[in-house]
Design a protein around this ligand. Structure first.
Ligand code: GUN
Length: 293
């Protein structure tokens, strides 16, 4: 069994990006510039955005954090998005989700210029992804593909089972794994809360992607020997022994699943690390005009 080291992989890719950014600036070009919009004070979102900004520094990008209180109006937020769309100094930007309840996430996502949508959440980028056209891939599926590629894990002809059908992970992951590409060419099953006999599906999986949002949901009895397990879960569970009163756990019960797996991603230190790197790769593409010219 091999534990996929997301941290080490992310560090390797960050140093590759850094080399490319140094070459751009040495040639008189501008470093890519990412802006992140953070609304309110959701603790998890603050951590994610801080990591994104810090990672920009590591690779030599410029970054701008736009922070506003939770009671911002929809109009004000759309106006921030419009300003970023029109700012020639900003190559790409993200609006951290979830937004406070009174804000309309769909309308905000639609307001982002697809050419700057480095999260790959805009329907134009989703549609381009689905058709195999140049686009910004959504960060988590992109990071998972990069993990599979760099660990030389074959996907062609394999049974891939994706549990979860969200717009940002499960659905795009299932599309990408089935595409005529490498990684890709898998036979994909997508499972969700209404799936009958979920375990019958997960037990067939050569590659299992768990993106459910439920701690330790996938247990050892639900997988077969030799399975490749990608755990997208990022669940905060209370833990009185932990320093801040909680610990992070995935959607996979690592203790019972790992002994049967050929490869498995840990939480933390797995997919999450790669998600940030994907955002950096998309921002690098944005800076170079590599997707939309
Ligand atoms: N919330 C959880 N994951 C993400 C992400 O990848 N991007 C944004 N913008 N918000 C998120």
């Amino acid at each position: 069994m091999t534990i996929i080291d997301g941290k080490a992989l992310a560090d390797t890719i960050k140093s590759e990006i850094r080399t490319e950014v140094d070459a751009i600036t040495a040639a008189g070009g501008k470093a890519p510039h990412l802006a992140a919009v953070l609304i309110g004070d959701d603790p998890a979102s603050q951590v994610y955005v801080r990591n994104k900004v810090k990672s920009c520094e590591t690779v030599g990008f410029r970054s701008t954090l736009v922070r506003r209180p939770a009671d911002i109006s929809q109009e004000e937020l759309i106006s921030i998005v419009t300003t970023l769309n029109e700012d020639p100094e900003i190559d790409g930007f993200i609006v951290q989700l979830p937004l406070p309840k009174h804000l309309n996430e769909e309308a905000v996502t639609l307001a982002i210029d697809p050419r700057k949508d480095v999260d790959g959440f805009h329907p134009v980028n989703f549609g381009r992804m689905a058709q195999g056209l140049p686009c910004y891939l959504p960060a988590t599926p992109f990071g998972i593909l990069e993990m599979l590629r760099r660990y030389n894990i074959p996907t062609a002809g394999k049974e891939a089972v994706v549990v979860g059908r969200s717009n940002i992970v499960g659905s795009p992951m299932s599309i990408l794994l089935s595409q005529k590409a490498s990684p890709g060419n898998a036979t994909v099953t997508i499972c969700h809360s209404r799936t009958a006999d979920l375990a019958a599906h997960t037990r067939r999986a050569d590659i299992l992607v768990a993106a459910i949002g439920s701690p330790d949901f996938i247990t050892g009895d639900m997988v077969k020997e030799g399975v490749v397990v990608i755990d997208v879960g990022m669940n905060r569970v209370e833990d009185p022994q932990a320093k801040n009163g909680y610990r992070l756990t995935g959607d996979v019960d690592f203790a019972s699943v790992a002994p049967k797996a050929s490869f498995i991603t840990p939480v933390p230190g797995g997919v999450g690390q790669m998600t940030v790197v994907s955002l950096l790769l998309n921002t690098l593409k944005a800076g170079k005009g590599a997707v939309y010219g």
